[in-house]
Design a protein around this ligand. Sequence first.
Ligand code: NDP
Length: 420
Amino acid sequence: MSRLLVIGCGGVAQVAIQKCCQNSETFTELMIASRTEEKCIALKEKIEKSGSPVKLSTAKVDADSKEELVKLINSYKPDAVLNVALPYQDLTIMDACLECKVDYIDTANYEPEDTDDPEWRKIYEARCKEKGFTAYFDYSWQWAYQQRFEEAGLTALLGTGFDPGVTSVFTAYAAKHYFDEIDTIDILDCNGGDHGYPFATNFNPEINLREVSANGSYMENGKWVETEPMEIKRVYDFPGVGQKDMYLLHHEEIEALGRNFPGVKRIRFFMTFGQSYLTHMKCLENVGMLSTSPIMFEGREIVPIQFLKALLPDPASLGPRTVGKTNIGCIFTGRKDGKERKIYIYNVCDHQECYKELGSQAISYTTGVPAMIGTALVVKGLWKKPGVFTTDEFDPDPYMDMLNQYGLPWVVDENPVLVD
Ligand code: NDP
């Protein structure tokens, strides 16, 4: 029995909300609040037609405004807030949750919308020097809320999507059941889906293109090693998908796993990209279309990457056209009872199956399902403790059970091919 406020109604939110409605024993009342209320109303009507017993309502909110959020949270009085808007809104939503004394859950760590903001840049440049990686996003902003959430007796669960999210739960599960010591973790994210467009992104284009055009990095013996974008390439034969090129990227769970599993010697993240995607991205980057700095165009200011977003297909619309499968998982090496061990925990998800079930493609599905699971565990009290946490800091078993139950079954391969 709980009352949930979901902020955002994009690709990921639409899956998370429909999955909450499948778990109506836990979520009895749910409000969908976003910038464009029409999308919330359309989703509410779709779910109501399906006969769900969950009591739904909608609202319009600007999640960049703490005042608007506080007003909404105080009037709806939810038990928790699930933030599936954009990472730009993480801090305002956390502030509002603290003020209204409700738990907070999200799927991606904070990054600023305006990377030219001089105050933010000063802190960012100091962090680049201190830590040794240059990605715009990092956990420091949200970890800084630790004491305030602890003192308020509230839980903030960060990054409960697939990666981060499930990949961190896989790590906690491997550490609990398969290893005494983990030496290496390779996180492999493969999208073998084809949407038929020459170029489109599978989730928010602005966030996605910022992530993949940035320098790569990995952690070795507790230190960051940074690479040029797409500098390290490997080929891997993914179960359920086949052979794909994959590239080393910086990714947010490396930071949390490096902190919470300090004995692990190397943590890397690889994502698959086809040549056409990379060629388009490079071309757009070369002409300045990935820039986040505003320019003047015909008398008004525009941000090139936001203009590009308006031209690209909406990720939420890719569902009907995307065929093929994703495979996301982690390869671990280490020791158990004095013996060397390697395992690969992964999930294979089919784009068309996701579309048949919920009307969305597998990238939104594989993020929205874990968003619901993390939220359910917090509101049921199984993952509730005061402070700010990532998903590797709780008992992984109930989460792993719910992945099987809610559409993301996983496999443990005890003899995988390693990545060199
Ligand atoms: P979309 O762009 O599809 O959806 C974002 C939603 O947030 C839209 O409904 C948008 O409103 C709303 N929104 C944006 N700004 C505001 C605002 N100021 N106030 C209120 N609502 C706002 O994004 P996705 O669904 O693809 O991604 C959602 C989140 O999931 C992102 O944070 C992304 O980084 C994360 N993610 C995490 C993954 C993981 O594995 N951990 C993988 C993929 C995504 P409008 O409809 O008006 O545009």
